[in-house]
Design a protein around this ligand. Structure first.
Ligand code: NCD
Ligand code: ZN
Length: 476
């Protein structure tokens, strides 16, 4: 074998980038992309994959999944969650810290990392928690390699206490110096509890009462507060699961002011609506923030096209089936699986002309990698990048079925939906990990990724808590 021989060539497909579609083959060696071009110009390869008739796109980067391990493995674990990701064309996941224990210390970070390294099929980032009790841990968590931080402003699965505004602002002062991004569950906790208690006192247990407790302003207020703190401190933020048309003018406002804020929405907000909660079994779509009235959908799609919303994530939030059904909405677990179905659902939007394929690549791959300091390694097909690749059959129909989910949470609000466009092969760092709906990779092949963020840009540094404690006289 000559030195010029490479490991793999993906021949004859159509490459999808954020700029457009073009016919090309991809050369892969040692886990990386080494060439993109005409098949004849590629070095000889030991293995050749026929991509004729297929779209070849970067592996999806999903910055919002809950894999539940440690502590809640009856809902999911790293093996099942990451297999679902691989089958869905997702090659990098960022996993949320609301596990048991939560990722609030180095020790807890290391526990989770060991589970992930032992059984993940895809590459992963691990979020650290920004909580009231662990502000002193934030720098050490950065050093250990967290992909970012998660701030729960609103109560959700795991019942982690929401930090006070004072703690959040100090947390942002610290994060601004570290430069890592903070993903925010932006709901106002006091308002939602106040309203929820009123609903409960009035005897309401119907699914709609959940939406009524977490009505639009609950999200709008928390988004604005987060953005004000981010602007003041220079902390980089990411608004998780944006569900609400009423948030969009505020997102545009703060982005125009130069706040380093990225925003995700989810397929469930684009495809499902609160009106369907009134049907039998409708309680299954209970999640936080809630799936809102149908009128929110068109503005969210618009936000995706005009760049107000940067990316699609999944908030893959599996629970046991028994936790998801019942006639008391307050007892229904919040969230449902999504990491295996997000790319098929968005490809369906492409096939229906609702989204362009380049926009799909931007929203599912490039934008997340850019926001979290992974772009160039992840999120793009070009020489030098990791060979994280999804081959898609744009003409194949896929029927979404809960029984096909690799997740332990076999709950699927899209049951029986026929979508156009199907991931047929997922490759992680040059190795095929899923093929034709079957896992072929090895548990534990996934590796931790850590971001390489631009230089921190802290603001108002003379008046941070740290600066104020150091200077007994006015420092300004
Ligand atoms: C998530 C979960 O179950 O961990 N649930 C949800 O309804 N979205 C938590 C979260 O992301 O808020
Ligand atoms: Zn959340």
């Amino acid at each position: 074998m000559s030195d010029a021989t490479i490991d793999t060539a993906i021949i004859g497909g159509t490459i999808a980038t954020e700029e457009g579609l073009f016919p090309a083959s991809v050369g892969i060696d040692d886990g990386r992309i080494v060439a993109v071009g005409d098949a004849e110009t590629l070095p000889a390869a030991r293995e050749s994959i026929d991509a004729r008739g297929k779209i070849v796109m970067p592996g999806v980067v999903d910055v919002h999944v809950h894999f539940r391990e440690p502590g809640m493995t009856h809902k999911e674990d790293w093996g099942t969650g990451s297999a679902a990701a691989a089958l869905g064309g997702v090659t990098t996941v960022f996993e949320m810290p609301n596990t048991d224990p939560p990722v609030d210390t180095i020790e807890h970070f290391e526990i989770k990392k060991a589970f992930a390294e032992a059984s993940s099929h895809v590459d992963f980032g691990i979020y650290g928690l920004l909580g009231e009790h662990n502000l002193d841990q934030l720098p050490a968590l950065a050093e250990a390699g967290v992909c970012g931080y998660k701030l729960f402003l609103g109560n959700t699965t795991g019942d982690l206490p929401c930090p006070s505004d004072g703690a959040v602002l100090e947390g942002f002062e610290i994060l601004a110096e570290l430069g890592l991004r903070c993903t925010i569950h932006a709901e106002n906790s006091p308002i939602l509890f106040w309203r929820q208690n009123k609903m409960i006192a009035a005897g309401r247990r119907d699914p709609y009462a959940h939406l009524a407790a977490r009505t639009d302003v609950v999200a709008v207020e928390a988004l604005n507060r987060s953005a004000i703190f981010a602007e003041w401190t220079g902390a980089r933020i990411h608004i998780a699961h944006e569900s609400c048309a009423a948030s969009l003018p505020f997102i545009r406002f703060f982005k125009a002011r130069g706040v380093d804020m990225t925003v995700e929405t989810l397929p469930q907000y684009l495809y499902l609506n609160a009106e369907s909660m009134l049907e039998p079994g409708g309680e299954v779509i209970r999640m936080n923030p809630p799936i809102r009235q149908k009128a929110n959908q068109a503005p969210l799609w618009e936000g995706l096209s005009d760049g107000s919303i940067d990316m699609i994530s999944t908030d893959h939030a599996p629970h046991a089936r028994s936790e998801k059904y019942g006639d008391d909405i307050w007892k229904i677990a919040c969230g449902f699986p999504g990491v295996q179905t997000s790319l098929p659902l968005m490809l369906d939007a492409v096939s229906k002309g609702r989204l362009s394929m380049p926009d799909c690549v931007r929203l599912m791959c490039g934008a997340a990698a850019r926001a979290f300091g992974l772009y160039g390694v992840k999120g793009v097909i070009r020489p030098g990048a990791d060979a994280d690749i999804v081959m898609v059959d744009p003409d194949a129909t896929l029927v979404l079925r809960s029984e096909d989910l690799a997740s332990r949470g076999k709950v699927l609000p899209y049951e029986g939906w026929e979508v156009n466009g199907k991931p047929v092969l997922t490759m992680l760092r040059g190795k095929t990990v899923a093929k034709e709906g079957v896992m072929v990779g090895q548990a534990g092949f996934g590796r931790m990724v850590s971001p390489s963020m631009p230089a921190p840009l802290p603001r108002n540094t003379a008046t941070t808590i740290k600066a104020s404690l150091q200077h007994r006289q006015q420092p300004w």
